[in-house]
Design a binder for this molecule. Structure first.
Ligand SMILES: C[S@@+](CC[C@H](N)C(=O)[O-])C[C@H]1O[C@@H](n2cnc3c(N)ncnc32)[C@H](O)[C@@H]1O
Length: 278
């Protein structure tokens, strides 16, 4: 392993969503597969006003635009994501806004809220869901898909265990403060939404597996998990230069070792939930 002070970081993803915005869509295959199911669950009507919450660079917001002639809004906390969305989808009649979910100030403005692979970043989740409840019209619906359980991706969990054991990265990773809301059961998610006044129509957990080349699997890591593990805001002290590169190298090696015939089966535990504002 190269020294952590070696700052050359071949192909490194960024440490936050703003930084990874330009590469996000190409790497976010896992999120996109799950999104297809979320569209089915939410059921967007032809005139619905729709909010895409945690919209990232807007690729799913653009799909929503094709489903309704009502107003479509994309909201994301990361300025880089909103900048990318505005650039790519200029002229698509989508209002992109930078805001955190908890900071939404819309009142009874939407018929549907679509939230794909973003709820896990809302911590605590309660203020975010209270704002969503306020933003929906009575009878309006919110559908969520998110990674769930502490070992939401056992492959990444095993790789990070190796980071924890490593002489150089271990003492730093020991101080990682998780920014994630990851609940253990569908019942836990149901209770979270009901606590904010929603009626939960459906909640289920799913385990999905997909094969990737080791390099691609690292791209999947970069499209989500890395935005926490490599994010200086998730550590109570300054990160030494080269920490991100060292972690990515260890994760890459671990994923390569998990491969059979060059392919890694990445497992993801996810929650799918549909809630209604009575
Ligand atoms: C994994 S990406 C998902 C993007 C897109 N929805 C998709 O499915 O590909 C998570 C997104 O949630 C955004 N996000 C994280 N915390 C947020 C919050 N509290 N409020 C709004 N957006 C947030 C991030 O900036 C990021 O763009």
């Amino acid at each position: 392993m190269r020294d952590m002070n070696d700052t050359t970081d071949p192909g490194a993803g960024g440490a936050d969503f703003g930084a990874i915005a330009p590469h996000y869509v190409a790497r976010a295959r896992v999120q996109q597969r799950a999104a297809a199911q979320l569209f089915d669950l939410l059921g967007i009507g032809p005139h619905d006003a729709v909010l895409d919450l945690g919209c990232g660079p807007g690729h799913l917001t653009a799909k929503i635009r094709e489903l309704t002639d009502g107003p479509v809004t994309g909201v994301d906390a990361a300025a880089g994501m909103i900048g990318e969305a505005r650039r790519v989808y200029a002229g698509h009649d989508i209002a992109f806004r930078q805001a955190s979910a908890a900071g939404l100030d819309d009142v009874a403005a939407f018929d549907r809220i679509f939230c794909n692979s973003a709820l896990q970043w809302m911590k605590p989740a309660e203020p975010a869901l209270a704002a969503c409840h306020r933003a929906l019209r009575p009878g309006g619906r919110m559908a969520v898909q998110a990674p769930a359980t502490a070992r939401y991706c056992p492959n990444f969990a095993r790789a990070m265990e190796r980071v924890a054991r490593d002489r150089q990265t271990g003492p730093i990773f020991a101080r990682f403060v998780s920014p994630w809301t990851l609940l253990e059961s569908a019942q836990d998610y149901r209770a979270l939404f009901e606590g904010q006044g929603f009626k939960v129509a459906a909640a289920r957990m799913e385990m999905a597996m997909a094969g990737y080349a080791a390099g691609e699997a690292l791209g999947v890591f970069d499209s989500g998990a890395a935005a926490a593990y490599l994010n200086p805001d998730c550590y109570p002290m300054h990160l030494p230069r080269g920490y991100a590169a060292a972690v990515r190298r260890i994760v890459h090696d671990a994923l390569t070792e998990q491969a059979t015939d060059g392919r890694v089966d990445l497992v993801f535990h996810r929650v799918y939930l549909l809630a209604e504002k009575p």
